[in-house]
Write a protein that binds this ligand. Sequence first.
Ligand code: CS2
Length: 495
Amino acid sequence: MQDIKFLNTENLSLLPNEVKIPDYNRSKIQTGIVHIGVGGFFRAHCAFYTDKVLHKNTTNWGICGMGLLPNDRKIIDTLNRQDGLYTLMSTQSDGVLSARVIGSMIDFVFAPENPQIAIKKMADPAVKIITLTITEGGYNFNEATKEFQIEDPTIQWDLNNPQHPKTVFGYLTQALKKRRDNNIPGLTLQSCDNIQKNGAVLKKMLLSFVKKAQPDLIDWINQNVTFPNSMVDRITPVTKPSDIKKLKSEFEIDDGWPVVCEPFIQWIIEDDFANGRPEWESVGAQFVQDVGPYEKMKIRLLNAGHSLLGFLGTLYGCKTIDETIELPMFRSFLREFMDKEVTPVLGNIKGINIEAYKDTLIQRFGNKYIKDELSRICLESSAKIPTFLLPTIKEQLVNGGSIHRGTLVVAAWCRYLEVAGTPGYNYTIDDKMATTLQTEARASMSNDPMAFLKIRPIFGDLVNSKQFVETYLHLIDTIRRSGIKKTIEELQMSQ
Ligand code: CS2
């Protein structure tokens, strides 16, 4: 008979010995970091590194988990019930599962309930860093122009209701204003999303908002706030009910929302912190002067590789990344995309053996214990594709390189959209731009073949490239007539 324990502070010492638990005194830890967007990735990555730092007897870098969106209530309530504790479950490629209870989150704020508490927390002098995982779409830029979308209705709401903001921009502006007005030192705003130059993008977007909302704050921000760029990496699938069950049966832990992740982890950060930082380098993170080449490599190979497998695999009837890459045709197609279309735009990267990096990626994707669902990969692709894939196609066009495989991914995306919900394609489109995407993808099947490529906020000027358009039209036509497998085979024979 198993003795299952509910995960909380009181029960920590009763957990089986093989479960690593926080062996620092959590009641002594002060909040030094506010994190916005307490999703699985953050809990597998930044919160994990910080937990490791706290094991080294530091007391001032606890994390306050903050949710700004109504949907965040569930995770905040779950973690509050568990005294902020949760389990990180990671499975090696040989199937060995390990469980570690993370203790770095010590308090929580659910902002929609009381925006002023959230603003006050971010302006607290003890808080020296605000980290963010708000997804690629959360930065509110027009994908084609990279400019801030001031006309967005929630942004307009924030401009008109500064004390009851809804977006990260409204909250940050009020918090920074409070810091300035009360002579509290500035801090670091650290993006942990998959966007090249994520720090610079965050700064540009925030300043575009501040220019309208509180123009007199701009100089203070420029002088007192930093925005380091960083490359973040750890594959973190959506937690499934079966994971919760497994944690109970294998480790006797009753955790309402554990996080599942792969063993691999990487964090490369620009050392540009306005007001101190944890010694993340003592637990495996790397600090460098210029993170640009590493971000580019990771986003263009891993994230674009994911999207490739996501659309191609879904059209073929696969459900997970490991299942898709197990099929030789997808594995070889992915490798060719990486070798022939991405590697040429990356150049030499200091300290990196790019061939070995790609080998490792393919191995990571193949970890059959990490059931990373294609539905997670395909969601919000209107923000992902312009960030992960289209820049590679554009650079290859300029360099006179091949664009066939990248363009096939775009065509597969269109096909994925147009057949969604029809017999044999039993999925829905989970995307902020779902309606536009599907309407245009379907229009492109009949009266206007170019309709999909004409979605300007996504494709921008790419639609003016004769080479891209011709390649795309040929590929989408082949997918529609012969299916994804034949299209890949035909392409592999001709290229
Ligand atoms: C994925 C990423 O969302 C996606 O499409 O590619 O979440 C990916 O798993 C992480 O960036 C890995 O570091």
